[in-house]
Design a protein around this ligand. Structure first.
Ligand SMILES: CSC[C@H]1O[C@@H](n2cnc3c(O)ncnc32)[C@H](O)[C@@H]1O
Ligand SMILES: [Zn+2]
Length: 440
């Protein structure tokens, strides 16, 4: 019995599978059936397969969709609200007061939709969200067709949507239950940071995460001040405290890690934890520099995230990856640090691995979900093309993102969102901006 026809056959000039590492396939086709990658073959072979639709992509590079491994989606509505400030002033004097005044379910819906639209237009097919009202954010993920890890926010103090940590966890457990069979949504725990979550709550989270085999996503060692404060209050560095509480492990996602000493490195390696690097947020808040090359060479899985739009100020993962590649060289004092191919791997497969999704997404392999992005490398400023991955990382912007598919569904077609109304999203964001700025 012959196989059913492909739903879609894509014929790009370059196909970058990411796994195996460093490979660029010229003039190959990728076939999709039932939302999964069903075929990767030289163009002439691929064209022999019956397909319901064939799409020529000349001058385009087809790659796995980008994975934004850390962000606060609805903070798009606070973009530019408090710039040019150090982390704790930014957070305590500006962002937390604004959040307690403005963040409700409607804010989360409009801000998350704006974030999803911006991310899809930038080639992101999967993002991690650490923000309030996670059930409302999940609804937008469901509706838009994108893929996401939604985290359950936990802090020692009241937050929008939960009077205390117990209520946040109770609602979070309901979300785990509601979404346990969802094809594109996973839920993880999101304790904010070692300085805002006490030991008893972290212990609770460890037990629940073990029971549910769930990820734990947390800001860790974002600044030298945080490390100093932990030494004074707990007698150990934050990561050592988390290790003592049993939180580290393959499902632990340590966001930022600008401070890494030899003991921290050994703990990350031994526990097989992931680090999520957010270079532009770290630069803008002057938080410090994550030693990406040192972590990578030691065998730590390093992924990349934009952080929220209030500290970046965009959700542009391609731009973030370029910043990471350049910064890694300066930090390591070596021009060979984080080369373009490894930078792309960090933005795809490593992100998938950090979120526990590397069996499903992150590379172009038969059987994986068809989460893909086609970049247009035919522009003037990208010529000539010697190495398309180098051109993508060092000479392209997110404006070259042309098409995006998630689980085989077209979510961006010729730069146009297929399921979201861009003009309505812009109008909603403007209305929030006017309200927050006191003009409405
Ligand atoms: C439940 S976590 C959401 C919480 O985190 C705040 N936040 C955003 N960016 C950062 C950052 O870089 N470090 C620490 N905290 C951050 C956000 O405003 C929410 O209050
Ligand atoms: Zn963050």
């Amino acid at each position: 019995m012959s196989a059913a026809p492909l739903d879609l056959l894509l014929l790009p000039t370059w196909l970058v599978p990411v796994e195996p590492a460093g490979v660029v396939l010229h003039e190959h086709g990728l076939g999709i059936r039932d939302g999964r990658i069903a075929l990767i073959a030289p163009r002439t072979e691929a064209l022999k397969q019956p397909a319901l639709e064939v799409r020529e992509l000349p001058g385009r590079l087809l790659a796995p969709g980008l994975v934004n491994a850390h962000g606060h989606a609805a903070m798009t509505l606070f973009r530019g609200l408090a710039d040019d400030l150090p982390l704790m002033t930014w957070l305590q004097d500006h962002i937390w007061p604004a959040e307690s005044k403005w963040v409700d379910e409607a804010f989360i819906r409009d801000g998350t939709e704006l974030a999803i639209a911006e991310q899809l237009k930038g080639g992101i097919t999967c993002f991690s969200d650490m923000y309030f009202f996670p059930a409302a954010a999940s609804e937008l993920v469901h509706k838009s067709g994108i893929r996401a890890q939604i985290t359950v926010p936990v802090l020692d103090f009241p937050i929008p949507g939960a009077r205390d940590a117990d209520e946040a966890l109770r609602k979070g457990l309901e979300l785990f239950d509601d979404l346990k069979h969802h094809p594109r949504l996973t839920v993880a725990f999101g304790p904010h940071a070692p300085y805002t979550v006490s030991d008893d709550k972290l212990e609770n989270i460890r037990v629940l995460a073990e029971e549910l085999d769930a990820g734990i996503h947390m800001h860790v060692q974002e600044t030298a001040f945080e490390v100093q404060q932990s030494l004074e209050q707990h007698g150990v560095r934050p990561l050592a405290r988390l290790a003592r509480l049993g939180l580290l492990g393959p499902r632990f996602q340590a966001v930022h890690m600008t401070q890494v000493d030899d003991d921290d490195l050994a703990m990350l390696v031994e526990s097989n934890s992931s680090v999520i690097h957010c270079p532009e947020s770290n630069l803008k808040l002057a938080s410090g520099f994550c030693p990406v090359e040192r972590l990578w060479q030691a065998g730590v899985n390093v992924a990349i995230g934009t952080d929220g739009a209030a500290s970046n100020n965009d959700l542009d993962l391609l731009g973030e990856t370029r910043t990471a590649a350049l910064l890694a060289k300066a930090v390591a004092g070596s021009a060979t640090a984080l080369d373009a191919h490894r930078a792309l791997r960090m933005a795809t497969l490593n992100g998938a691995r950090a979120l526990g999704l590397d069996e499903q997404i992150g590379s172009l392999e038969i059987g994986k979900a068809a989460d893909l992005v086609a970049f247009d490398l035919s522009g003037l400023a990208q010529q000539p093309v010697y190495d398309p991955v180098s051109q993508l990382i060092y000479a392209s912007s997110r404006a070259c993102v042309e098409h995006v598919w998630v689980a085989g569904k077209t979510l961006l077609d010729n730069g146009q969102l297929t399921r979201l109304d861009e003009q309505r999203i812009i109008a909603n964001a403007r209305a929030w901006g006017a309200r927050i700025a006191g003009r409405a």
